[in-house]
Structure formats: structure tokens, C-alpha cells
Design a protein around this ligand. Structure first.
Ligand code: NDP
Length: 484
């Protein structure tokens, strides 16, 4: 006789009386309120969803491992970046603006959120597939996202409002340039780079400090969709990227990325030619070359998407000893907003869920709250004479630096070559090939040709791109039929 499969149960582990019949008064009679199995099933179903992320709602992810192959202990003492160290990780990819069911192939930046389960707690690097962002001050973030999402009246997305925001905020030009190249529609999540985007502070065992940027270079090679291919896939397979990642890992074709850094000596920041903390800027490689220090591979799919990916909570504030924040204003804003959204979306104890829970010991004095199941015992306060855990400030020697100034509301102080158009111009002039330039023009023209984009807005679009480069502006003007 073959062995029986396990009994189905309710959520309390009690064997289920039936998988298909509710309890009724006779076969044709009404159902009974006492049917706890039915009530639990229906009530739980009503509660299956948590609010979707306001941004980066649609995504997918997988687990893997990073290995560090070079000695960078002169820059950081962070445990996970020591030579030979292997650290388990989770990587979640996403689009930004679309809702949970939206198409993977839409033109959008892609989220590239890493959680490293280090021996000194979780280290999260919540980046994108671009090294830069649309804005440099978090006070603009909700306005920016509103402009990319839906109108209040008809709940439709609206390219006119997207261009309205972008053209009124010229610091967006660099990121919008990336977005309008074919890298705005990657072929898969595997065929794109990832970037930490922000500048971070690294400090070594002697407390010496360095500014650092992260670049994760795809070992699959860059591959993009043309605008036509991306549009077609939106209808043919809205889950194309989720499917691709899942299948490649299932088939043992594990995607990998090299881990590269740019390192700037701490003292260089003050009079570097660009503001090194401005998220709309890169550090040109001729100034700070990329150094490869390791690689990571994704090798395991989640078993339960909701538990392990939908409830995965990444937060740039998860920084381990040896790594600290920089004065990048966008990073400073995100230090607050990410944990805040997790508390709202998942609950006060989101860090106790298995996917978010560190693999190193948690000796926190935080207690209780909804769904607490991992809270530790006594003592419940610090300091104490009961032998409870004690902080070690020595671990953070090096994270601080001198700051002084008036309280102001202003843009960053300008550095010699700071402007909004110089770096996108460098992308156009020295990086893009002729065919990439032609596609960029076509992609912009296609986007700004949507019926809702007004004639006045088209003129502003041409002006915006002319500021990046006259040839680019000229191409866009021609495509939109605007006199330039
Ligand atoms: P470099 O020529 O040294 O670097 C150019 C970078 O652009 C390389 O990292 C290259 O790496 C990447 N790149 C190549 N093709 C494209 C493309 N179609 N779209 C986006 N990126 C591409 O020049 P600089 O460091 O002086 O930078 C010049 C401009 O290049 C910058 O203003 C910025 O727009 C762009 N860029 C710079 C990066 C940096 O960190 N310095 C990173 C990415 C882009 P790869 O082909 O492997 O992606």
C-alpha cells in the first residue's frame, strides 16, 4: 500500500474534516456558523493581502551568496567585505512605478535591492539598475512619484504630467537620459547592472574614512529590449522577467554579478569637481576607477513568494560596523522612509519574519508589539546589573565626522563642474553609439507623442533635451514636429 500524503489541517494544526464540503443542515440545508474550518478559510482569505509597496510594487527575487576575493581591509573593517568571506544574500528586482500586476517590460528604472545576512547583522543596499536618480532632495520624492503614477481624476497614467515634473526639475536629465536609452527596458533582470547609487562612508579598523560607491556588473552581459519588443511583451507576457529569473535558477543557470567599488579618499570630497553626494551624479571613472573586489551569484528561488519576497523589507538604514551613511540627502531621507513604510505595511515586528530576521544573534531591548514571537527574556532595559547585553561603541569608531553650518533650506553648495546637464551630455557624447543615440531619440519621441502631451509641453521637452545636447534636442524636435 502506498503511504498516505500528510493530512490537511487548519492553521492550528487540527486535521481538516473536509477539503471540499462545508457543514450544512442536511445536504441541501443552510450552512452552520459553527463550521470553524470554513470560517477560518474565508476569514483568512479576506486577509491575504498586505498593502502593496507604494513604489517598487511589482518584483521578484532570489537568494544567493557573495564572495569577496580582494583585500579591502585598508578601506573597511566590515565583516562581509573581508577577503575570502562568503555571505548569504537576497536580491529583489522590481519596476518602480507600476502596480503589483503591471508589466515587467515597462520603461522604468529597475530596483536592485540587496540584503546581506552578515555575521554582524543585516546589511541592506537598496539600489537600482542605474547609478543615479531623478532628484537630489527627498522633499521632492512623493511629488516625483505622484507624477509617474496616476492622475487623481481618471486614475490614468499621464505622460504630460511626467514631462511636466521632469522639465521643471532639470536635475532629472541624467536619470531620464538613462531611462530613454534602451537600458530603460532591460531584456531580463539578469542582463543588467546594479548600483548602490548613493555614496557611503567606509571606515577601517584604525578609524580611517573613505567614500565609496558600489557597482554590480552583470556577468550575463548587458541586453536590452527595443521599445517595440518591450511594448509587445507588456501584452504577451507581463511577468516575463519574473519568469526568466525563476526558470534560469530552476534550470541551474545561476546569474552572477561582479562586485566593484569606487573609493574616494575622505578629504577629496570637499573640493572634488562634482558634489560627490549628489545622487544625480556619477563619479567619472577617470577620477575614481572601478575596483573589482568579489562577485555574487543567485542560486535559490523562494519557496513562498509572499513570505520571502513580498514581505522582504529592505532598508538603507541597515548598516553594519565599517559602513556608515554619507550626507547624500536622498540617502538621509531613505534612512527614515524605508523602515517607516515596513512598520506600516507589514507591522512593528517585520524584522522578526524569517526573511528579514538576521542570521546573527539579536540582543535588542525592543519589546512586544503586534505578532511578536522573538523578543528575548529579561532584562528588558539597559543599563542593567542583570548581565544583559551591552553596547560596544568601539565597533563604530570612525563613522563620525565633523559637520557645522547654518540651518538652511537650499541646494547643495556647488562644486566646480556641478550642473544638471554636463554628465548626461557626457553620456550622449562619449558613451552612446550612433544606434544607441538614434534609439534614445526615438524612445523620447515615442514617450512625448502620447495624445495627452500638449504642444506647449512638447516645446519644453525639446528645450530640456537641447540643454543636454543640441543634436539630441534637434532629433527630438524633428520627431515631435516642433520648430527648434
Ligand atoms: P567612462 O567611459 O569611463 O564610463 C562610461 C560608463 O558608461 C561605463 O561604466 C559603461 O559601462 C557605461 N555605459 C556604456 N554604455 C552605456 C549605456 N548605453 N547607457 C548607460 N551606461 C553605459 O566614462 P565616465 O565615467 O566619465 O562617465 C561618462 C558618462 O557615462 C557619465 O556621465 C554617465 O552618464 C555614464 N556612466 C558613468 C558611470 C560611472 O560610474 N562613472 C556608470 C554608468 C554610466 P558598461 O558598458 O559596463 O555599463
Amino acid at each position: 500500500m502506498s503511504e498516505r500524503v500528510p493530512y490537511s489541517t487548519d492553521d492550528a494544526g487540527i486535521p481538516a474534516p473536509s477539503d471540499g464540503f462545508s457543514q450544512s443542515v442536511g445536504p441541501n440545508g443552510p450552512l452552520l456558523l459553527q463550521d470553524h474550518f470554513l470560517i477560518q478559510k474565508m476569514a483568512h482569505f479576506n486577509r491575504e493581502r498586505v498593502p502593496e509597496r507604494v513604489v517598487h510594487a511589482k518584483g521578484g527575487g532570489a537568494f544567493g551568496e557573495m564572495e569577496i576575493t580582494e583585500d579591502v581591509s585598508q578601506y573597511t573593517k566590515a565583516d562581509l567585505f573581508q577577503k575570502g568571506k562568503k555571505t548569504p544574500l537576497l536580491l529583489r528586482f522590481s519596476t518602480v512605478a507600476g502596480e503589483l500586476g503591471s508589466a515587467d517590460s515597462a520603461r522604468d528604472p529597475r530596483g536592485f535591492a540587496l540584503k546581506f545576512y552578515t555575521e554582524q547583522g543585516n546589511y541592506d543596499l537598496v539600489g537600482n539598475n542605474t547609478p543615479i536618480f531623478f532628484i537630489r532632495d527627498p522633499s521632492k520624492f512623493s511629488d516625483f512619484i505622484h507624477s509617474q503614477k496616476r492622475r487623481a481624476d481618471n486614475q490614468l497614467r499621464d505622460n504630460n504630467m511626467q514631462w511636466d515634473f521632469w522639465t521643471l526639475n532639470p536635475e532629472s536629465a541624467h536619470q531620464v537620459s538613462f531611462l530613454m536609452t534602451d537600458r530603460g527596458t532591460p531584456r531580463t533582470w539578469r542582463h543588467q547592472h546594479g548600483f548602490g547609487s548613493h555614496t557611503f562612508l567606509w571606515y577601517n579598523a584604525n578609524g580611517e574614512k573613505f567614500w565609496v560607491k558600489y557597482h554590480f556588473k552583470t556577468e550575463q552581459g548587458i541586453e536590452n529590449l527595443t521599445a517595440g519588443e518591450a511594448k509587445a511583451l507588456e501584452a504577451e507576457d507581463p511577468d516575463v522577467h519574473r519568469r526568466d529569473l525563476w526558470n534560469s535558477i530552476k534550470n541551474g543557470d545561476f546569474p552572477s554579478w561582479t562586485v566593484n567599488i569606487q573609493v574616494m579618499p575622505f578629504e577629496d570630497a570637499a573640493d572634488y569637481r562634482f558634489n560627490p553626494f549628489d545622487l544625480t551624479k556619477v563619479w567619472p571613472h577617470e577620477d575614481y576607477p572601478e575596483i573589482t573586489i568579489g562577485r555574487f551569484t543567485l542560486n535559490r528561488n523562494p519557496e513562498n513568494y509572499f513570505a520571502e519576497i513580498e514581505q522582504a523589507a529592505f532598508e538603507p538604514s541597515n548598516l553594519v560596523p565599517g559602513i556608515a551613511m554619507s550626507p547624500d540627502k536622498m540617502l538621509q531621507g531613505r534612512l527614515f522612509s524605508y523602515p517607516d513604510t515596513h512598520r506600516y505595511r507589514i507591522g512593528a515586528n517585520y524584522l522578526q519574519l524569517p526573511v528579514n530576521r538576521p542570521k546573527s544573534p539579536v540582543n535588542s531591548y525592543n519589546r512586544d508589539g503586534a505578532m511578536a514571537f522573538y523578543n528575548g527574556g529579561d532584562p528588558v532595559y539597559a543599563p542593567n546589573t542583570a548581565g544583559g547585553p551591552v553596547a560596544d561603541p568601539e565597533l563604530f569608531k570612525g563613522e563620525g565626522y565633523h559637520v557645522a553650518g547654518e540651518m538652511v533650506r537650499s541646494a547643495y553648495q556647488l562644486h566646480k563642474e556641478d550642473d544638471d546637464f554636463g554628465q548626461p551630455r557626457a553620456l550622449w557624447e562619449k558613451v552612446l553609439s550612433d544606434s544607441e543615440r538614434a534609439n534614445m531619440v526615438d524612445n523620447i519621441v515615442g514617450h512625448a507623442s502620447a495624445p495627452e502631451v500638449t504642444d506647449d509641453m512638447k516645446k519644453r521637452v525639446v528645450e530640456y533635451w537641447t540643454n543636454v545636447h543640441p543634436d539630441l534636442g534637434g532629433g527630438v524636435a524633428k520627431g515631435l514636429g516642433v520648430q527648434s
